[in-house]
Write a protein of this length. Structure first.
Length: 247
């Protein structure tokens, strides 16, 4: 099986070595052929140099892409997805919050035809939280979930849209990300909405998760930016639908 693992990173020089090493160990221990693609989104702390210094096991390719300027997580993941060419692709947040072995269940769902996209979810009953979010993050997460369902009609059965551990059939990922316009954290929402329009099935699988208190996303610090980005996504998809109807 061929798998590409995309890891977006911003100022993660203290974490990126472990991220790459764990991803490589996952691929190697399961006899997967594949590649690890680190996308450094304009870091200023040497993240790119640390990533390039890591030696991958035989049969596993390590690519490091560096954006000269910080553009946002959505842009970084999109840049990594464009570099893939294999059967299955995934992205995983830096910080090793989710052990890579959790991906096996998601990959099995893709292989048996249950879905085209598999999302790790921290909210499923079977999931195990080693360290939960602080209460303020939990509250803001619930408010965000309410907002996206109210504003964008995200399906109720998607319990954890922002979890940074998602797996796709390769051709599906490349199609969706080639159309994505969101550079920031809301790219997950845009990809879900575009997948719905294309009729792709999304299913969730349980994960083990440890909260990274160094997370860059803060819905409480930037609520108006989040709302603005969600509205821009809604307008873009609405314009796309209108254009398609006119063709």
């Amino acid at each position: 099986m061929d798998i590409s693992i995309v890891i977006p990173a911003l100022n993660e020089s203290q974490k990126i070595a472990r991220d790459v090493e764990m991803a490589a160990m996952f691929l190697d221990s399961n006899n997967f052929k594949g590649e690890i693609i680190v996308v450094d989104d304009g870091s200023t702390d040497g993240t790119c140099e640390v990533a390039k210094s890591i030696k991958a096991p035989p049969g596993i390719t390590l690519k490091v892409i560096r954006n000269k300027h910080h553009r946002g997580k959505g842009y970084a993941v999109r840049a990594g997805m464009k570099e893939t060419s294999v059967e299955y692709v995934m992205f995983a947040d830096s910080g090793y919050c989710v052990p890579y072995g959790n991906a096996l269940l998601g990959l099995e769902m893709l292989k048996d035809g249950s879905c085209e996209i598999a999302h790790g979810s921290r909210k499923l009953i079977e999931s195990r939280l080693q360290k939960d979010q602080p209460w303020r993050r939990r509250v803001s997460s619930k408010l965000f979930k309410w907002l996206i369902k109210k504003l964008l009609q995200i399906p109720a059965d998607l319990t954890d849209t922002q979890c940074g551990f998602k797996i796709y059939k390769g051709d599906v990922a490349r199609e969706l990300y080639s159309r994505c316009i969101s550079d920031g954290f809301m790219f997950d929402i845009e990809i879900i909405l575009r997948a719905q329009k294309q009729g792709y099935r999304i299913k969730e699988f349980p994960i083990e998760w440890t909260c990274d208190l160094d997370s860059r996303l803060s819905l409480t610090r930037t609520p108006w930016h989040v709302i603005s980005e969600l509205r821009a996504i809604k307008r873009t998809l609405s314009d796309d639908s209108t254009q398609n109807m006119g063709e």
